[in-house]
Write a protein that binds this ligand. Sequence first.
Ligand code: ATP
Ligand code: ZN
Length: 807
Amino acid sequence: MNFVNVILPLSLEGTFTYKVPEELQNQIKVGQRVVVPFGGKKLYTAIVAEIHNKKPELYTTKEIYSLLEDFPMITQNQLKFWNWIADYYMCSLGDVYRNAFPSALKLESETFIRKSLKNIPWEDLNDKETFVMQSLEVRTSVNLKEIEAFLAKKNIIPVIKSLFEKGLIETDEQIIEKYKPKKITYLRLNPEFDNSEIFKKALTEIGKAHKQREALLIFIQLQQQRTTYIEKGELVEKSSQSVVKALIEKKYLFEFQLEVDRREEYDDNIEDSYLLSEKQQKALKDIENNFIKFETVLLHGVTGSGKTEIYFQLIDKFLNHKVNSLLLLPEISITTQLVGKIQKRFGDEVGIYHSKLNPNERVEVWKNTLLNRHKIIIGARSSIFLPFQNLGFIIVDEEHDSSYKQNDTRPFYHARDCVQILSTFFKSKVLLGSATPSMESYYNHEQGKIGWVELNERFGNIHLPETEMIDLKKPLAAPNISYELKEKISQCLENKNQVILFHNRRGFAPIVECNECGHSPGCPNCDVSLTYHKVTSTLKCHYCGYVRALPEVCPHCHSHALETKGIGTQQIEEEINHLFPEVRVARMDVDTMRKKHAYEILFEKMSLHEIDILIGTQMVTKGLDFDKVQLVGVIRADSLMNLPNFRAEERAIQLLTQVSGRAGRRKQGNVYIQTFDPDNPLYVFVRENNYDLAKEAILNERKEFLYPPYYRLIELTFKHKNQGKAKKVADYVGDYLKHYIKSPLLLGPEEGMIPRINNQFIYKILIKQPSSKSTRNIKSYIKSALERIRQIQAYRSVKIEIDVDPL
Ligand SMILES: Nc1ncnc2c1ncn2[C@@H]1O[C@H](COP(=O)(O)OP(=O)(O)OP(=O)(O)O)[C@@H](O)[C@H]1O
Ligand SMILES: [Zn+2]
């Protein structure tokens, strides 16, 4: 067994073979981290995927440099899971590795150079070479990135090469471990002082240094009281930095360091579980019965029905059988109320994993999971990648939520769907929960693949809120607030209750337009209009981040007739402040929630009733559970329906149902939906709380127009800064695929909905396939089309992304 195949953190197909040096042969295991050279002098951290003795015939193998630890960081199950993801989502194993593994554990290679021992013949060097050698006079070693500061990038390699050939420098690869364990400094007494004679003598030697003597006595006292080590910080606090330093210098005390967990211990009281209501009890029983027959069960429980409590009791039952659980939540909910609730119940058994953790905290949760220290993991979508031990139960809360799909970096996976595979490795049970289940889950239920449990009553037998439509064509109290809504808000506030208002656009106004010439300032990098942010008096692009000051005159015709069109949350806030000057208003959107702990502060204020009206984007629709929210208002429902996406209606109904669900969770509440089109049949479903009927309508349409869940989609995106090139490659692939896939199932290539983002022109191809069929063939056609593209030099620079099951 002297070869290994490893996974490199690169977007390259397959694994790579290396030779194992003799001294490592007995130590190497699958799943371990190793350092390997790749592509010239670069070093990477790779993961061992396979150990074998098949010597590659076509090339000579390089050797592994070193092992990073003597145990596997990746489990066998994870390797299987990574392979499945790479295969299904059509990306490389390296893409999965890069995304699934904590960044702090992936070492980075940087080439360093240092001076050799040879004398420097300064007069023979050209000025570029002189620069480099001078920098090495002041520092022993410099990396190539730093040289970019004084030499043009393209010159660096030739200059370094020449100095190298002259024997003046040596290159030197250094690996930088990014993960820094947290260390605490402790103190101990000089062991010689165990002998009381020596100790007495030492005390006299301290002489007049009273403070030192005092500190030493405090230390001894502490040590007698404790079974643990004494932290240096504690003694410093009781005495002073300089005194402790002196004691260490005089060798009365010795310092030493230990690694500790960054995870803070939960030291509050543990709460008992609640008594379930009759309905909850029944739902729980139904779920358990369904698990006898099905691996996956969906709990369809209306908003406020107490699904969380049912999750906890199931987790508890699994825990009693020594089985671990994973609770997945949409990204936003993770920073909110549920985390506190689960910690109150399960204390230190819980590990939390999400994107707001810093890299070191991520490593710790990873290691603790590997060591089976967390019996329960609560996390956002990326937590499916943790090295689980003994995972027996997985819950996907709000399973319909689109944040389970990763859409910014490869792999473009959907956590809910991946969980179905993950569970087969562990033979675990999966519970999906939602008040507004996805069409995919309905379909799976129809197909007999998953069990289904209904919980159609709110906890405490409280009625779901009463919903009314308000016609925006009637006179208005403010540009976007009807008299009726204003009146209802006043009443709600008079009764000392709280209000949530939902609008799906952030900023002040999506468009600034000139009334003279019709010009609307757009983003220079993208084909979109800039959004006006009044607070900062700027125009921002929500796609690439471009920002400019609001121009005083029209950039096109120089008139002063610039006006804002459309509305954003900032504008609603302004109108509300104007209508209710005495009232405490807060806004919740990406712009206000950027700071760390912004959510916690806002939720605290909401629970303490220090906020009367909360205005926000989609963020306010998810999971919030505040006793005093009696009124929910939707500013403009039409803007949800009119999005050009086949999922627009499904999403609109889900959003309206979810946001309505924030109202009246302790006592029946009210929902007011403002719209220009109150007769739209979709609103009937929302008003009557009839999600089942809505789902029928949506599913019929999906079937007719060949969309999910009846058809699977694969979307190809072509991007290039040269429009012609992007189009050419898209056409080439389209023509190739036409041989195998016929018209209604192959759409495009066509321009992206936004034809240019961040200076990249975009073309798209959409492929459909009946869900009953495997996508294997389609995927192989796509692969061979892309292989052909890679053969053509001129086309290689076009970026091609494959999105399997796009949302
Ligand atoms: N058995 C119980 N005893 C006491 N309180 C309960 C019980 N079950 C639920 N509750 C309370 O009822 C409220 C609603 O429950 P929960 O937040 O779990 O609803 P949900 O089904 O998750 O709703 P949503 O889908 O709207 O998020 C919570 O404040 C919860 O603490
Ligand atoms: Zn832009």
